[in-house]
Design a protein around this ligand. Structure first.
Ligand SMILES: *Cc1c(COP(=O)(O)O)cnc(C)c1O
Length: 407
């Protein structure tokens, strides 16, 4: 281990590269990966001391692993949080936070537009254990206030929302939560700490699906929770007993992913803004949803609380006969040649998705109408290809709908 401690007060771009580097006696410059399930001891007495916790150190990779620990420390540094616990996936992180910190009778207020599987956790599993959830519109502060009960423990949101890029006011919601003895959890998957630091705005916990931008190249599944050390002890204890631990190999991939996070997020934001502005000018595009556009209703709030607008946008298509339906959206998608037709996001490769029939297929028609997921809506998670090549692919989609359009 190195005895050259890092200087204090480093910038986020430096922390992403230098925080929690793993140095072994071999002094490799690149971080090593500890692919091992268990650890060995010099003596039986040392084994006993490690197991009892009397002597700090690794025992078993379900509990701790040096590579996973390094990733946790680096991500905590980027978010400005006290402690981070890594998980096998984003959903494992979300579920563990609720299961470790809530009890039967407790209540959650959540924004309506959270990740689809988070809804399944609310409806199918938390409910089974007597934990109730009320859904509200992300941007409607009065609705959040009205939904709070004496039993409310958490306010939970994702901002910007998927796929409509609505923005929630983190500072206002943190204040509201604390005034009622509750805590605020922010799923920071879409912005990452490179563009948004919810703890600085008063949030108590951050959730990540590392699968998305933290990896950045669509290779590994992972998740993380960041929060105050006193509360994270319970989350860690849940993980260690229930076992959704992050693989050391995945932690190693994420650790190097973090090194380029800030550059990638700036490039995703630049490409997405260029695409949103261009799409807004095209015939056949009825509406573009991206908080980077000054026409977006939450543009000012996004500009205040984020340092970039991120890579995800969505738009509504219309064919030359004025049809705004699923047929039109599917024809547009099927005419593309470059972008990937998939539901994943947070990748250097641009992905195109029809939310109504994939990510939001399980949502009832009524709920879709209420949350603005129309049948002609297409989501684009803009990657890092040349913007003109991406625009040319969108032109193929527009031409399939009978429009003339050019880059
Ligand atoms: C993907 C995603 C999750 C779930 O993460 P997994 O790693 O797929 O389990 C949670 N929240 C958001 C916003 C996501 O995009």
């Amino acid at each position: 281990m190195s005895d050259r401690p890092l200087p204090d007060d480093l910038g986020i771009d430096t922390l992403a590269i230098r925080a929690a580097q793993l140095r072994t006696d071999e002094m490799a410059h690149s971080d090593p990966v500890f692919l091992t399930s268990s650890f060995v001891y010099e003596t039986a007495a040392q084994a006993a001391a490690r197991f009892s916790g009397e002597e700090p150190g690794n025992v078993y990779s379900r509990f701790t692993n040096p590579t996973v620990r390094a990733f946790e420390q680096r991500l905590a540094a980027l978010e400005g949080g006290e402690q981070c616990v890594a998980f096998a996936s984003g959903m494992a992180a979300i579920t563990a936070t609720f299961m470790a910190l809530l009890s039967p009778g407790d209540h959650i207020v959540s924004s309506r537009g959270v990740f689809g599987t988070t809804h399944v956790v609310y409806d199918k599993y938390l409910r089974k254990f007597g934990i109730d959830t009320t859904l509200v519109d992300l941007a409607d502060l009065e609705a959040w206030r009205a939904a709070i009960r004496p039993q409310t423990r958490f306010l939970y949101l994702e901002t910007p929302s998927n796929p409509l890029a609505e923005v929630g006011d983190i500072a206002a919601l943190a204040e509201l939560a604390h005034a009622h003895g509750a805590e605020l959890i922010v799923d920071n998957c879409f912005c990452t700490p490179a563009l948004q630091r919810p703890l600085d705005l008063g949030a108590d916990f951050i959730i990540h699906s590392a699968t998305k931008y933290l990896d950045g190249q669509g290779r590994c599944l992972g998740g993380a929770v960041i929060g105050p050390a006193a509360r994270m002890t319970e989350v860690y204890s849940f993980l260690r007993s229930t076992g959704a631990s992050m693989s050391p190999f995945n932690a190693w991939v994420f650790q190097s992913g973090l090194e380029t996070l800030s550059l990638r997020m700036q490039a995703h934001s630049r490409n997405a803004l260029g695409m949103a502005e261009w799409l807004a000018q095209q015939p056949g595009i009825a509406r573009v949803h991206y908080a980077g556009l000054t026409s977006h209703p939450h543009h000012e709030l996004a500009a205040r609380q984020q340092s970039g607008f991120g890579g995800v946008l969505s738009f509504e298509v219309e064919d030359s006969d004025g049809q705004r339906d699923r047929q039109a959206a599917w024809r547009f998608i099927d005419a593309t040649r470059l972008v990937s037709i998939t539901a994943n996001l947070g990748d250097v490769k641009t992905t195109i998705t029809h939310p109504g029939s994939t990510t939001h297929a399980r949502v009832s028609d009524d709920e879709k109408r209420r949350s603005g997921i129309s049948e002609n809506l297409i989501r684009l998670a803009v990657g890092l290809e040349a913007l003109d090549d991406l625009k040319a692919d969108m032109v193929r989609g527009l031409q399939a709908l009978g429009h003339t359009s050019r880059v």
